[in-house]
Ligand binder design. Structure first.
Ligand SMILES: [Zn+2]
Ligand SMILES: [Zn+2]
Ligand SMILES: [Zn+2]
Length: 278
């Protein structure tokens, strides 16, 4: 399996769209790994986790062949994860002259499916289009996609909708992609019990700052999740643990995050970071 982090920032990005705080000013100057676009990750070049509002920029940055995409698994409907309007540009009506004959399958909760169809209606006057199909993702219900199996798992994020984190499996390789979420429910650890994870990718929106909202995480919550996973027998000496979805509220540069998280055995993800397993 090959995964590539396309965007590792929170909703406002780093530097944040309208912000002039020290973290944002430094990032704008420093560039490189201090720039964090909105969250999205590509798996095996064919499965996209979330449609970031920065997808077009990602395509340009990383030379992505997005026509090869088979499916998108959407975590939730927040605008930094689901730019539904962008999907209409896969339609052969004006926007996309040649794409694969099969429709792109987009899996998500009921709000995601509704928003997606509404975007097509707004653009073309009808909800259905042969270029994209929206399918309802169900908690703990397997999605098969060629060599990949994807399992939506309930997140703890926005109570107004069913938000998902995802378990993605290819042979012996199992990755847990967990943003956006706060601490996970006991049913999640029951489900994961004994599954040996190659990668645990965690929401670390608040870094080393305290966060009391419960719907995202910082290092303290990340370490609590890691402990639960350890107790559930999910970690091996080769399990890689990464943190992502950083916001400027971390008040840290990438280098600082890399060092401080590194001391806790966690790697700070960055835009463009690639991880591979045989
Ligand atoms: Zn987010
Ligand atoms: Zn800022
Ligand atoms: Zn969110």
């Amino acid at each position: 399996m090959e995964i590539r982090y396309l965007g590792t920032g929170a909703a406002e990005g780093i530097p944040a769209v309208f912000c002039q705080c020290e973290t944002c000013r430094k990032a704008a100057k420093q560039k490189g790994k201090d720039i964090r676009t909105r969250a999205s990750t590509l798996v095996n070049g064919k499965l996209l986790l979330d449609i970031s509002p920065d997808l077009y920029f990602h395509k340009l940055c990383y030379d992505l062949d997005l026509w090869k995409l088979k499916a998108v698994c959407v975590t939730h409907s927040h605008s930094d994860h689901f730019d539904s309007q962008e999907l209409t540009r896969r339609s052969s009506a004006n926007y996309c002259h040649i794409h694969s004959e099969r429709p792109l399958t987009v899996y998500g909760n009921s709000k995601v499916c509704r928003m997606g169809r509404e975007s097509f209606k707004e653009e073309f006057g009808k909800e259905e289009d042969p270029s994209v199909v929206f399918l309802l993702a169900q908690p703990f219900s397997e999605i098969r996609m060629e060599e990949l199996t994807v399992i939506p798992i309930p997140a703890n994020h926005d109570p107004r909708e069913m938000c998902f984190i995802y378990l993605i499996e290819e042979g012996e390789t199992l990755i847990l992609y967990a943003n956006d979420t706060g601490l996970l429910g006991s049913e999640v650890y029951d489900f994961l019990k004994g599954k040996r994870l190659s990668l645990v990718s965690l929401d670390c929106t608040f870094g080393f700052n305290k966060y009391h909202g419960g719907t995202h995480m910082g290092i303290e919550e990340n370490l609590a999740v890691v402990k639960h996973l350890e107790e559930a027998g999910c970690l091996t000496p080769s399990t890689v643990i990464t943190a992502t979805h950083f916001s400027h509220n971390c008040n840290m540069s990438h280098q600082e995050l890399e060092q401080r998280l590194g001391e806790a055995g966690i790697r700070a993800a960055w835009d463009g970071m690639m991880l591979k397993w045989k």
